[in-house]
Design a protein around this ligand. Structure first.
Ligand code: PEP
Length: 252
């Protein structure tokens, strides 16, 4: 059962247009000749059109950092899936812990976003993960189960590549603290088994589960060596061309 590893960069609210163009160019160059992995970058909305020009014709997939579920209408501040498709986006990060924690996005709202993205052929990268206090209270697996079940509620996955999950322990995001390979694998295995109760075996076994949380050039190989870690969602280290290049070139 071969899952193609995916390395995804989340640029968050960073990069001017000139910086975005240069960084995207460096990512395109770094990927040349790599056929055994997929690469995705998620610039801020303002840079999507610019980056789309740079990645056109390359193997780099363009992603948005969020997506609405409606096609158009009175949704101030939101972006429709069809608008993203027009720009060349084929993926969208949904349910990032910063959206959940800072902007109050709920499991139900996130589920709507996932459904909307899929309706328009955009592959969601559905993020979930526990906070430090939840981990310390022994609630990690219960939180993961709640978030994954709710995020995927009513979602029929026919093609496993059309849905990506990302385990991102909140305490590891932007903190320099990475989950150990064992902690990450334990969570991924738990989610894999959960997926097996929700979808047909052939689908659940093929869906990719990324790890995110202070992934860098020094820890990526060990993390991706774990059997249920199918790639990385990278924040800070995706903003530096040299470190992201090394992450792209991970060795399992
Ligand atoms: C993220 O933004 O999804 C992330 C994992 O950030 P960082 O790699 O900086 O921890």
């Amino acid at each position: 059962m071969q899952r193609i590893p995916l390395i995804a960069g989340n640029w968050k609210m960073h990069t001017s247009l000139a910086e975005a163009r240069a960084l995207a160019g460096a990512v395109v160059s770094a990927c040349k000749g790599l056929t055994d992995r997929e690469i995705m970058i998620a610039p801020p909305f303002t840079a999507l059109a610019t980056v789309a020009e740079v990645v056109r014709g390359s193997q780099v997939r363009l992603a948005a950092q969020n997506v609405c579920w409606e096609e158009q209408g009175a949704f101030t501040g939101e972006i429709a899936p069809s608008m993203l498709r027009e720009l060349g986006c084929s993926m969208a990060i949904i349910g990032h812990s910063e959206r959940r924690q800072i902007f109050g996005e709920t499991d139900a709202l996130i589920n709507q976003r996932v459904a909307g993205a899929m309706r328009f052929g955009i592959t969601p990268v559905l993020c979930f993960g526990e906070t430090l206090s939840e981990r310390e209270a022994g609630q990690t697996m219960a939180v993961l189960e709640r978030q994954v079940r709710a995020g995927l509620s009513g979602i029929n996955v026919v093609e496993p590549a059309s849905m990506v999950l990302a385990y991102e322990p909140v305490w590891a995001i932007g903190t320099g603290k990475t989950a150990s390979e064992e902690q990450a694998q334990e969570a991924h295995e738990f989610v894999r088994n959960l997926l097996l109760t929700m979808y047909e075996k052939s689908i659940a076994q093929q869906m990719r589960i990324l790890y995110g949380g202070s992934v860098n050039s020094g820890n990526v190989d060990a993390l991706l060596h774990q059997p249920d870690i199918d790639g990385a969602l990278v924040g800070g280290a995706s903003l530096k061309a040299d470190s992201f290049e090394r992450i792209i070139h991970f060795r399992q």
